[in-house]
Design a protein around this ligand. Structure first.
Ligand SMILES: [Zn+2]
Length: 755
């Protein structure tokens, strides 16, 4: 059973005609959140009593007649120092619109506890005195001063002087009460002195006099010391239930003293005590540098009322609350709250359900099911308002923002970087391909859920794990390898920005990775003379040449494919704005031109295939649709700017060789009706029957051309100068991947022949 219900069950047994629950606080400044725990604990007992049909009342006393004994740091000392030692209700409010200093801070605190669903009737200690209700109790205490002195001695093992009386006069001369001392009581008047050096922090005026200790509506003469006053208030009000924090409730503490005064002086039953543990707030983390302290009102800036209440309701009365808002404390609290809401709806856990019920402010509100940690991602993304509203999260938004801003660990903070994050240069080629794949889809109208699903599918398509794929997205945008739901993250941004970013990232040179790949052992050496070799003379003249060779068997080539067309459009988009000048500056294009020049070919009239294709794009011409094999590997030709050739394996008579052509040889090129004569020194591939292409895949022979009925493929990729063996291998691998993707088949061989 919930502890307050148990207390109420106990109390019901004593059958009082009214249970009067009371709590109190001195409004000496901003009230610490710890005091809020008392308000809630008393409120819980009060409500538990009501739920058991016990007649009950709940009051809260502000001790506004206590003296100001210290100056809060947030108040200007030049303005308030002079009030030190004076009762709080006599000190002006630091903010206009309030009767007194006490009223101002009491109101601030009242606003907070009202916000978290506690509505005790407010009483003012000054009214108790002004109303005359305290007078008979004051007389009793003064008459029995000896008994009270004995109680002090018994509890504190310190003898009080015979001229000590439990009363403090408000000095009629200087208005201070902390400086006065009563040294005699004749049954009608007290004799007192305002002592200059009674306390260290303010000076008395030296006034001496006699005065009746009884107050009336004209004004308060003085007050009981608060440990004696506490039981007197119980009696004056009729309190039957009142507890305090463990500092007061500990053995020999003020509650013990008050209880003895009840028994020996006032003959009043000690109210049912509720001792409770502290409510501390992670002090240094709540420092003013974060803009939040640990006053009650500040707590409502970091937690919604029902959560602040829940924090106190869920914690057992004898357990300390040490609330450190940094780290995951706040999201965890929201998680717990949602769990309690579940328990309440599904009746799964009776105690937790009751905790939830008692944490509600007025009526049970519908609790959002989206986790706070997700909300805190959403508030960092643009244009999420609609989704947040749909999930009923609007009221929690400001708390998510505060948490992110002030308390969240860095890993929970996401912002789309204005510039390309440094980490993006380490993305692998396949990750970059994935980015481009995503870019190619961004012109469609997407709903975020579908888009999210497709992000997984596209990863599969480009042959990457979804993990690596999503990392690429996050790294490119956030500079972290994780982040909020990627589908949302992307679609909520300006899509032109996303496209630009992904394209730029994909175009980056990954230098570190490149260095690694260039290591010799990364290359799959071909070394199969029966299939292919490079002629010795060619090797000597162009030692940088490397040729990638691959065989794919069992392909099924089609005229066209709609997804492939989409990929082509995506690539076109990714290359939007390319100019002929720019493409002429690519080192791969320059390498081809240089080789042509070296072999006596004018590259203006015979453009190497990567250049020819990219030129069409630069000149805004559409791409050809030849067949699904050629179109597929042309994507890689354009991407890596290397020439790739694919031939009908079954039309080739092995071995093949790359060598200088002779001017006595000729070739019937695809699309021609007359053979073309090779020139001396041109570079071409030959099989036993003759040349099957010309100038490093510039054009191919009809004889070996890939047709729709081609079943097996023989593929080559040309490298020279800046087109390194590793680039050749990478291009070849990717070309094979994309061919298999669109034409099926199985890779039979893949390797690179270097000189
Ligand atoms: Zn004085």
């Amino acid at each position: 059973m919930f502890w307050a219900d148990r207390v109420a069950t106990d109390l019901k047994k004593r059958k009082l005609h009214l249970e009067w629950v009371d709590d109190m606080k001195t409004p000496s400044g901003k009230i610490h959140v710890g005091a809020l725990r008392g308000v809630v604990i008393h409120d819980l007992v009060y409500k538990a009593l009501l739920s058991k049909s016990v007649k009950a009342k709940y009051t809260y006393v502000f001790d506004d007649h206590d003296p100001m004994d210290a100056l809060p740091v947030y108040l200007p000392s030049e303005k308030f120092e002079k009030y030190l030692g004076m009762p709080l209700y006599k000190i002006p409010s630091p903010v206009s619109g309030f009767k007194s200093y006490a009223e101002y801070y009491a109101q601030e605190f009242t606003d907070v506890f009202r916000a978290i669903g506690c509505s005790p009737e407010i009483l003012w200690a000054s009214d108790l005195y002004l109303s005359g209700k305290m007078n008979s109790l004051i007389k009793e205490c003064l008459d029995k001063a000896g008994i009270i002195r004995d109680i002090y001695e018994e509890l504190y093992k310190k003898k009080l002087p015979k001229d000590w009386f439990p009363f403090q006069v408000f000095c009629p001369n200087c208005g201070k009460q902390s400086t006065t001392r009563v040294f005699n009581w004749d049954g009608k008047k007290v004799s007192f002195a305002c002592e200059v050096d009674k306390v260290k922090w303010t000076k008395g005026c030296g006034f001496k006099g006699e005065v009746s200790p009884f107050s009336n509506k004209e004004g308060i003469v003085g007050k009981l010391p608060w440990k004696v006053e506490w039981p007197c208030k119980w009696k004056a009000i009729g309190v039957t239930v009142e507890g305090a924090g463990k500092d007061h409730m500990s053995s020999g503490g003020s509650h013990d003293l008050a209880s003895l005064v009840c028994k020996r002086v006032l003959n009043y039953p000690v109210p049912y005590p509720l001792g409770y543990e502290f409510f501390l707030v992670g002090g240094k983390k709540m420092s003013s540098s974060k803009g939040l302290g640990s006053s009650s009102s500040e707590m409502l800036e970091i937690l919604p009322p029902e959560l602040l209440r829940f924090l106190m309701v869920k914690t057992k009365i004898n357990q300390a609350i040490n609330f450190d808002p940094s780290g995951d404390t706040i999201p965890k609290l929201f998680d717990e709250y949602q769990k309690a809401a579940d328990a309440n709806i599904n009746k799964t856990n009776e105690d937790l359900a009751r905790v939830f019920e008692l944490s509600q402010i007025d009526k049970v509100k519908k609790t959002p099911s989206i986790r706070f940690s997700i909300l805190s991602q959403w508030v960092q993304m643009p244009n999420m308002e609609e989704q947040i509203k749909k999930e009923g999260l609007t009221e929690w938004v400001k708390y998510a923002k505060v948490w992110i801003e002030k308390f969240a660990p860095d890993r929970m903070k996401f912002s789309v970087q204005k510039n390309i994050p440094e980490q993006a240069k380490n993305l692998t080629e396949i990750q970059k391909r994935y980015l481009i794949r995503v870019v190619s889809e961004l012109d469609e109208k997407w709903n975020p859920d579908e888009f999210q699903k497709e992000l997984y599918n596209w990863a599969k398509e480009v042959g990457i794990s979804s993990n690596e794929g999503f990392q690429a997205l996050y790294i490119s945008l956030l500079g972290k390898d994780y982040g909020p739901k990627a589908g949302w993250l992307i679609l909520k941004e300006d899509l032109d920005f996303i496209k630009k970013r992904f394209k730029e990232v994909a175009a980056q040179k990954a230098e570190d990775i490149e260095d690694n790949i260039q290591a010799k052992d990364a290359i799959t050496e071909l070394n199969k003379q029966k299939i292919f070799s490079i002629d010795q003379k060619l090797k000597e003249k162009f030692p940088s040449i490397s040729i990638g060779i691959a065989i794919i068997k069992g392909v099924d080539i089609k005229k066209s494919d709609s997804t492939l067309e989409k990929d082509k459009q995506g690539l076109l988009k990714s290359l939007e704005g390319l100019t002929t000048e720019e493409l002429g500056r690519y080192p791969e294009i320059q390498s081809c031109r240089k080789l042509y020049k070296e072999t006596g070919i004018d590259w203006h009239s015979r453009r190497p295939s990567p250049e020819a294709l990219l030129r069409r794009i630069a000149l805004n011409k559409s791409l050809y649709t030849i067949n699904t094999c050629v179109d597929a590997y042309n994507l890689i030709v354009m991407k890596h700017r290397v020439s790739i050739g694919a031939f009908d394996l079954d039309k080739i008579e092995f071995p093949t060789v790359l060598r200088f052509a002779k001017n006595v040889e000729d070739i019937l090129l695809l699309g021609d009706d007359k053979p073309t004569k090779y020139k001396d020194g041109e570079i071409a591939y030959f099989d036993k029957k003759g040349g099957y292409n010309i100038d490093f895949n510039y054009r191919d022979a009809q004889r070996t051309a890939v047709q729709l009925n081609t079943k097996n493929l023989y593929i080559n990729v040309d490298g020279v100068y800046d087109i390194t063996p590793s680039q050749v291998e990478k291009s070849l691998t990717e070309a094979c991947d994309v061919i298999i993707k669109y034409c099926g088949g199985k890779l039979g061989l893949l390797g690179v022949q270097t000189t």
